[in-house]
Structures are given as structure tokens and as C-alpha cells.
Design a protein around this ligand. Structure first.
Ligand code: PLP
Length: 236
């Protein structure tokens, strides 16, 4: 069996290779290890192999793991769907939230962000696949939401995030990632100081890096298959 440490090193070398092929600077892409459903010990093992940033989808599960891992200097990213009655613990415990697609949620996160912490880093989720069932704001609504979120004092709007429709067709993968990059560029042209494209998962991260991803969120390629049945009502 391959260890978490070995798989992490393999992912990192593929990531560095994708950077090189895209003509991008080494280490210009940040790796978030998506540890949802994985036990705290798996996170400890990844940290021992040099990983600091972790992504979690389920609030209760992540708070338990944070408590078990409080001795480690980890950076936590909330990447799951956000319920409005969960905004306070999210604002209190995470450094980043990817997947904001409503102003009301952003306002609640801003209000709940403790004054002693730096502003909460935010990515707006965009529906780049056109699937109606998907989370994320429609592309034509991104500008208005970005302008409003940029005003909120407890938040720092960093950029955009997407979960494209899964496909093995590299051209289709790139098309969806390119849409997100072009949206980010249009926001920057309007004067917003944004620096983040959070896109790319285990099956499509090389295409995301070719299209300018600055953060990739990778789970199964590092930790192996997820080991618990998901709670009903939550995607993936
Ligand atoms: C689960 C998840 C990932 C990681 O997916 P893998 O295919 O396991 O790499 C990335 N982003 C989000 C939002 C997720 O929910």
C-alpha cells in the first residue's frame, strides 16, 4: 500500500510539472489537501510530510479534527456548502472560505469574524458548468456580488472558485477553467485587488494549472478514497 506521504509527494511532483509545462513559476500554485471524511491521524501524517493547508466540507467533523490537531500549525479552508446557521463557527475557526455564492452568507461571515483575527479570506463560487443543480453564482452575477463583498469589513475577497462538471475531456476541463480565469480578469480590470483562482481537483488539476489556478484542492489523490458515507443533502 502506498502511504499518504508517498501520494502527497507524487501529487506535488505532478503539480510542479504542470507549473513548468504552463510556463509558470515554481510553487506559484498552492496545494490544499482536502481531508473531508478522513481521520485526524491522516491529517497528522500529511502534516508530517510537509502539508499545512487542509480543506474541509462538514463543519462538525472539521471542528472535532481541529480540536484533535490543535498542537499543529495548520491552515484550515472551508470548501463545503455553507448553511446560514453555521456562519459563526466557520468565521471563528477557518482562515479561508471557498464557495460563497450569496451576499447574505458573506454578511453573516463578516459580522461573525472575531476582531482579533485577520479578515476571513473569501472566494466566490461560480457555476461554470451551466448545470442548474450546481451551487455557485451565475457568471453574469459575479460582478455585483464581488463589489458588495469587497465592502465587508470582516472579509478579504481574494478571488473565485469553481467545481466544474466532471469530464475526462481535457479541452472541456480547460474551457470551464478558462471561463473562471476570464471572469477574474474582468473583476481585476474593474479595480478589485484579487489574486486567487481556486480550481482543480484530483482528476483535473493539470488543466486547472494550465488555465491559471493559484490554489488546487486535492483529496482522493492524496488520502485515497473517502471512507465514510456522506450526510444526506450534501454534495460529494
Ligand atoms: C471533495 C472536494 C474536493 C476534492 O476532491 P477530490 O476529487 O477528492 O480531489 C475539492 N473541492 C471541493 C469543493 C470538494 O468538495
Amino acid at each position: 500500500m502506498t502511504s499518504i506521504s508517498e501520494r502527497l509527494q507524487a501529487v506535488k511532483s505532478r503539480l510542479r510539472q504542470a507549473e513548468t509545462e504552463a510556463g509558470r513559476a515554481p510553487e506559484s500554485v498552492t496545494l490544499i489537501a482536502v481531508s473531508k471524511t478522513q481521520p485526524a491521524d491522516a491529517i497528522r501524517e500529511a502534516h508530517a510530510a510537509g502539508q499545512y493547508a487542509f480543506g474541509e466540507n462538514y463543519l462538525q467533523e472539521s471542528l472535532e479534527k481541529m480540536a484533535a490537531l490543535a498542537d499543529l500549525p495548520l491552515k484550515w479552508h472551508f470548501i463545503g456548502p455553507i448553511q446560514s446557521n453555521k456562519t459563526r463557527p466557520i468565521a471563528e475557526n477557518f482562515a479561508w472560505v471557498h464557495g460563497v455564492d450569496r451576499l447574505k452568507i458573506a454578511q453573516r461571515l463578516s459580522d461573525a469574524r472575531p476582531a482579533g483575527l485577520p479578515p476571513l479570506n473569501i472566494c466566490i463560487e461560480v457555476n461554470v458548468s451551466g448545470e442548474e443543480s450546481k451551487g455557485g453564482v451565475e457568471p453574469n452575477e459575479v460582478q455585483a456580488l464581488a463589489d458588495a463583498i469587497a465592502q465587508l469589513p470582516g472579509l478579504k475577497l481574494r478571488g473565485l472558485m469553481a467545481i466544474p462538471a466532471p469530464t475526462n475531456d481535457i479541452a472541456l476541463q480547460r474551457q470551464q477553467f478558462r471561463m473562471l480565469r476570464e471572469l477574474l480578469e474582468s473583476l481585476k480590470q474593474r479595480g478589485l485587488a484579487l489574486d486567487t483562482l481556486s480550481m482543480g481537483m484530483s482528476e483535473d488539476f493539470p488543466a486547472a494549472i494550465a488555465e491559471g489556478a493559484t490554489i488546487v484542492r486535492i483529496g482522493t489523490a492524496i488520502f485515497g478514497p473517502r471512507i465514510r458515507i456522506q450526510p444526506p443533502g450534501n454534495p460529494k
